[in-house]
Design a protein around this ligand. Structure first.
Ligand SMILES: C[S@@+](CC[C@H](N)C(=O)[O-])C[C@H]1O[C@@H](n2cnc3c(N)ncnc32)[C@H](O)[C@@H]1O
Length: 911
């Protein structure tokens, strides 16, 4: 277990006669003391911020804007409460008694892998109350938690973002919320699924929420904390009123215009600002709005003429107009791209109008520019990064540059009043304010055809558009107050069921081994989103920043490529593995269209010790789940179900694979256990779908990975494995079952109209052999019969690095021919002989790869695999790394098996 954080000492007893401090004060004092300790602050990933800023943001013990030093004591309490709750509910005890940690009781826990649509609930007002760069709706997570856990169980989300997992865990105890998912809840709390089968039990679960970014945990804290909606609405409106009284003059305009004799004052809703360019031919200033926007349709033209010389331009062929202004906050001149106000949208009475800014509007803006803001605001410089380059390119180099002066003023005026409120109202009002912080900046794009201009920044970027909508205070906040208030009324939350910590998941200090019942995570996906950069703007106002060293991301500026990302993910998964109870599950929600990132995740999972039992994608059109069996770019969300094997299996495998005990029993110990974890195919619409995880080749892959990742030699080859499978287990439709499972499958089979086989795409030697095996298992065939079928299959997608193979060669190396020239699948004994022969051939080929130098462009991947297997057995790690280094990086990254040997061999050499 990694080092525990330094735990603060309790504060001294109060002076006799002094008033008793409240719980909050005691915890705050303890946090203050912890922060003074250099060892505590030295935890890797500790957020960047002063003690005061961290204390101001935190609400200990529930939430700290740093690693939460109260985790051990809270978890201890929860575990005790869980034991009592289980006894009350009549659930069998499943934790070893604490006084006898060595004692292992047979756990009654058993669940099968589960998948639910992770996009369900994206229109829910709770989900939309605060926008984060990506989110999994709490409604979707509830289904997972209900499936895998009992009331009182502890759920962990180590990449919690906005803390939806915490909301879901709490709402599992809310009858109405559970029923709204389509489940029935009986009086005794039993939850029945859509088919009326017992599925779970009503009752809230506890959640541990962790994220590296203070902006994320701040949002998570607010999402998970009960709020008095009336007090919230009252105070929000009061502050809005007060700030309007002070700042309202900055958002006024004359209707219809300043020179009209009957002019009246009106309230601005938003002002549109446009980029200003220079024509490279005639030097004319070009207002983008004037030339590019079609005012009737609202469309923006790609190409437009210079109003003076008529030269045709796109944005890329123009030069920007720049201006240098004195920045009073920085006390220095700054150079920035010029933008000018071009449209004012305002309200008079109940009607809305638009106008071109007139002289009084421009004069007002000038006056505001010259005024001093009487409140503090952040002026931090932007960090170098992948996303921060966009604003820097237009002269936005510091946080306050993202705002027009009046918006900066009103935000700062609001924050000052919010901070005067104290907890708990301060936090929730700050949450409201925080939820509009990005939409109040110059990132807010003008959308001519959009009814509302609120929160129109381009998600996942810091992109400054050529047309910016500068929204005014009332316009942005009023509707939001109402919406949030109704969200808070509908969310019936309790305190004490969630704990939130701001730290890196690669060191889960404070969470004991085997203490968590279920892990649900939606990790960062390679280079998709740069959380620490995107959160910078929020965090600048919070005063506490992400320490991005352990951020799991592919980011050039941070010096992190795919291997660094994979290593960080592996470290995080190792921690999940450590804290999860044996025999329990983790769900990983993953979205990335890049194969290499998907493989990095799989590899990291397996290296951490997890066994993957199911991978699925949700098909939105059909409303069904598809298995993901091949590595191929996946554009939808992937649901990965992985388990931590129980201790008995680990011990058995260790015992059975002691050196000198050349036995294949460790293999079968694993397969027994693994088959027990897999579901029996369900009858859906009269059809049974073949489960890839139960097929021989995937069982073989899982078995090999299980051994290799534990540093145990794989005692048998594929042919012996396949023969053993057939001897020991019941085979049905190409799948393998334990006896009771086979009986269940047979019952379902009797009722099934059809069994649906998985499509098989031939892309390389390995898949070609599987395809041939399937053909020949149906019936023996001649070369002539197979040839046209094979040509059609293999020519479609044969991988470019894979040596093309003749059908005859594939048949000769893997199958047998009868006297009539028909090829057939050999019986197990003959198959073993064949495999030995083929292995020899492949190893000969591999030796060539190992002896030559330079990049290998076209090769037999099966030969590389055979060579890696042999070299691994012989502990010749150097050869594995040398040959792997000759392969195209893409091939290595995209093949999980090759990557596994390579990573492990490299690890051994480094040691
Ligand atoms: C895909 S988001 C999670 C979103 C979340 N599921 C939600 O619904 O809001 C991934 C999160 O991982 C966090 N993260 C990145 N590296 C981390 C690390 N080493 N430890 C903990 N969190 C990390 C990011 O800050 C980001 O919030």
């Amino acid at each position: 277990m990694p080092d525990q954080p330094h735990l603060p000492t309790p504060p001294a007893a109060p002076e006799p006669g002094a008033p008793e401090p409240t719980d909050r004060e005691v915890y705050r004092q303890r946090l203050r003391e912890a922060l003074r300790d250099p060892a505590f602050r030295a935890i890797e990933g500790f957020p960047i911020g002063s003690d005061e800023a961290i204390l101001a943001l935190s609400d200990p013990p529930t939430y700290t804007a740093c690693p939460n030093p109260f985790l051990p004591e809270i978890l201890q309490r929860w575990r005790e409460e869980r034991r009592q709750l289980r006894a009350r509910l009549g659930l069998p005890p499943d934790d070893p008694p604490q006084e006898e940690p060595g004692l292992r009781r047979r756990s009654p826990y058993h669940r099968e892998p589960f998948a639910a649509d992770v996009s369900e609930g994206k229109n829910d007002p709770i989900y939309n109350a605060h926008s984060y760069h990506t989110k999994v709706p709490h409604r979707a997570i509830m289904r997972y938690i209900l499936h895998y856990t009992d009331p009182g169980d502890i759920v962990l989300d180590g990449f919690c973002g906005t803390g939806m997992t915490g909301v879901a865990a709490q709402l599992c105890g809310d009858r109405r919320a559970v029923q709204s998912l389509g489940y029935r809840v009986q009086d005794d709390g039993t939850v029945l699924d859509e088919k009326g089968r017992p599925f779970s039990r009503l009752g809230s679960r506890r959640a541990v929420l962790i994220d590296l970014c203070p902006a994320a945990t701040f949002i998570a804290y607010n999402y998970n904390t009960p709020v008095d909606p009336d007090a919230f609405e009252r105070e929000a409106r009061r502050i809005l009123r007060e700030v309007e009284e002070e700042c309202g003059w900055m958002y006024e305009t004359w209707h219809p215009h300043c020179d009209a004799p009957d002019r009246v004052r009106a309230r601005i809703n938003y002002t549109v600002w446009s980029d200003l360019f220079l024509c490279p031919h005639c030097g004319q200033e070009i207002v983008f709005w004037d030339v590019a926007v079609d005012r009737t349709s609202g469309r923006v033209r790609e190409e437009f003429p210079c109003p003076r010389c008529g030269a045709l331009h796109t944005k890329r062929t123009l030069d920007r107009a720049w201006e240098t202004v004195y920045d009073r906050a920085l006390k220095a001149p700054v150079r920035r791209a010029r933008q000018v106000p071009v449209l004012i949208h305002y309200t008079l009475g109940r009607r809305r109008y638009e106008k071109t800014p007139d002289a009084a509007d421009l004069d007002l803006l000038r006056r505001i520019e010259e005024s001093d803001i009487p409140y503090p605001f952040p002026t931090d410089p932007l960090p170098e990064g992948e996303k921060t380059r966009d604003p820097m390119n237009v002269g936005i180099t510091h946080v306050h540059h993202f705002y027009t002066r009046r918006n900066l003023w009103t935000l700062a005026a609001m924050l000052k009043r919010i901070k005067a409120l104290g907890y708990p109202l301060q936090a929730v009002l700050q949450f409201l304010w925080h939820s509009l912080l990005l939409g109040y900046t110059k990132l807010n794009r003008y959308g001519a055809t959009h009814y509302s201009q609120v929160n129109r920044f381009l998600s996942g970027t810091l992109y400054v558009s050529s047309l910016v909508s500068e929204v005014s205070l009332r316009y942005a906040f009023e509707g939001k107050i109402e919406r949030l208030s109704s969200v808070f009324s509908s969310l019936r939350l309790r305190t004490g069921t969630t704990i939130i910590s701001t730290q890196s998941t690669h060191r889960l200090q404070g969470i004991p081994d085997s203490s968590v019942d279920y892990v649900f995570v939606d990790p960062p996906f390679g280079s998709n989103l740069m959380y620490s950069e995107l959160n910078f703007l929020w965090e600048a106002w919070l005063g506490v920043f992400t320490h991005n060293r352990p951020e799991a991301v592919v980011n050039k500026t941070q010096g992190k490529g795919l291997p660094e990302y994979q290593a960080l993910m592996e470290a995080c998964f190792r921690e999940f593995y450590r804290v999860l109870k044996p025999g329990r599950w983790m769900t990983v929600e993953f979205h990335n269209s890049q194969n290499r990132v998907w493989n990095a995740i799989q590899e990291a999972l397996q290296r951490a010790g997890f066994v993957v039992a199911d991978v699925r994608t949700f098909d939105k059109q059909q409303g069904t789940f598809n298995q993901v069996t091949a590595t191929g770019a996946v554009k939808q969300d992937l649901i990965i179900s992985a388990y931590k094997p129980n201790e008995r299996l680990e011990e058995r495998v260790r015992a059975l694979s002691r050196p000198g005990l050349a036995s294949s029993e460790s293999v079968w110990a694993f397969v027994d256990y693994h088959l027990g974890q897999l579901p029996v195919p369900e009858l859906i619409d009269g059809k049974l779908e073949v489960l890839a995880e139960r097929q021989d080749y995937l069982l073989y892959d899982r078995m090999v990975a299980f051994h290799v990742q534990r540093g145990i030699p794989v005692p048998i080859g594929a042919a012996e494995f396949y023969a053993g499978l057939r001897e020991r287990y019941s085979e049905r439709d190409g799948m393998f079952f334990l006896p009771l499972q086979a009986a269940e499958y047979d019952r379902r089979r009797l009722r099934a109209e059809a069994v649906v086989q998985l499509p098989l795409i031939v892309t390389d030697e390995r898949s070609a052999i599987r395809w041939l095996r399937a053909q020949l298992q149906e019936q023996p065939r001649t070369l002539g019969e197979l040839q046209p079928l094979f040509m059609r299959e293999a020519q479609r997608a044969w991988a470019e690095n894979e040596t093309p193979l003749e059908l005859r060669q594939l048949l000769e190396e893997n199958f047998l021919e009868d006297e009539e020239g028909r090829w057939y699948v050999p019986d197990p004994n003959r198959a073993r002989d064949l495999e030995e022969m083929r292995e020899k051939l492949l190893l000969r080929e591999f030796r060539r790869y190992a002896s030559e130098r330079g990049p290998l462009k076209v090769f037999r991947k099966e030969a590389v695999m055979a060579g890696f297997r042999r070299a691994w057995r012989e502990k010749d790690y150097e050869t594995i790394v040398r040959v792997a280094d000759r392969l195209p990086l893409r091939v290595l990254e995209e093949d999980p098996a090759l990557l596994m040997y390579y990573d492990n061999a490299r690890g051994k050499l480094e040691k």
